[in-house]
Design a protein around this ligand. Structure first.
Ligand code: ATP
Ligand code: MG
Length: 305
């Protein structure tokens, strides 16, 4: 049985300018125990899909099940199987951290949960903030509480919508170790993130959404193999000659050019030299998930396994 099954899910929002289709016929099956990544640019429909999964929004068409439970017809059962970390920071300002977690335990009918709550606080670097009021926490700390809240009833399926947005490097690492450990213990994880190196390191399978449609669905290694194999990276202040300018990914002074093999790298360098482009800090690296992502979004690469 699938942990999560999205079956031909579409969602149309009414807007002043007329109906807007946020999701178009999305079908995905996430197996039990998978660490699944849902990627896509801003507005692709990731949060909409998660809201439908969590029973917070209704699909216009299609059906979603959680371990066989329909998220609409069988809402309570489906919801209990999920631990959802929402993208938006929402919390009750009148409670402290421990009270917030106890309240959430109560909501799911879990009693005497303090040992697990302590473990969560410890693992998420919140132990010294247990009695701090939610209002007194920094943005990153509030996000940590959201993560703890989602895990308080030890759900078999953990859904994380941008859990590391605004979270510092150290906690990102602790958080991922913790989530990876839960995954090893059998919890299914569905993650959305804009940190593609995190997705590459953690996810075994990935779906990419673009304007509400699945445009790539494959294992992480299949996705990486599908990319051009190398990237020539350098810094330059000069304008690139035309054939290269089109293929290049430029971030400030950093230029990255895809290349299949050594010959192509040599060719790129020769073209740059001939055009009088001065380059610094030249390096060659393996293509990564970000390269694949950009190719898929640009429509030059399609991956469906
Ligand atoms: N309640 C709503 N009414 C109208 N349009 C909406 C509503 N909720 C979302 N949308 C639109 O649906 C599209 C998908 O939004 P969604 O929040 O799912 O994107 P996302 O992939 O999560 O993006 P991000 O990476 O920025 O979080 C966007 O164009 C958004 O403006
Ligand atoms: Mg979102």
């Amino acid at each position: 049985m699938s942990a999560v099954s999205f079956q031909s899910v579409s969602k149309t929002f009414p807007t002043p300018k007329g109906p807007f289709q946020a999701l178009a016929d999305v079908s995905l099956d996430i197996a039990e125990g998978e660490f699944f990544g849902l990627l896509g640019p801003n507005g692709a429909g990731k949060t909409t899909l998660i809201s439908i999964l969590a029973g917070l929004a209704r699909p216009s068409q299609g059906r979603v099940t959680v371990l066989g439970h329909d998220v609409q017809a069988d809402f309570a059962a489906a919801r209990r199987l999920l631990g959802v970390v929402p993208q938006e920071l929402v919390f009750d300002p009148f409670f402290n951290v421990r009270e917030t977690l106890r309240l959430q335990s109560g909501y799911f009918g879990v009693k005497n949960n303090d040992a697990w709550i302590d473990e969560l606080l410890e693992n998420l670097g919140l132990a010294d903030k247990a009695s701090a009021n939610m209002r007194q926490l920094s943005g990153g700390m509030k996000r940590r509480v959201l993560v703890a809240q989602a895990l308080v009833h030890k759900p078999p399926i953990i859904v994380l919508d941008e859990p590391t947005a605004g979270v510092d490097v150290e906690l990102r690492q602790t958080l991922w170790q913790f989530v990876a450990r839960l995954n090893k213990q059998g919890h299914t994880v569905l993650l959305t993130t804009h940190y593609l190196e995190e997705a590459e390191a953690l996810c075994t399978r990935i779906a990419m959404l673009k304007r509400g449609q699945v445009v790539a669905l494959a294992s992480t290694s299949e996705l990486l193999q599908s990319a051009s194999t190398n990237v020539l990276r350098f810094k330059s202040d000069d304008a690139l000659p035309e054939p290269l300018a089109q293929q290049a990914r430029v971030t400030g002074r950093v230029v990255q050019l895809p290349a299949q093999n050594v010959q192509e790298i040599e060719q790129h360098l020769a073209t740059l030299r001939a055009a009088g482009v001065r380059v610094e800090d030249v390096e060659i690296r393996k293509a990564d998930l970000e390269d694949v992502f950009l190719n898929v979004m640009a429509g030059v690469q399609e991956v469906q396994a």
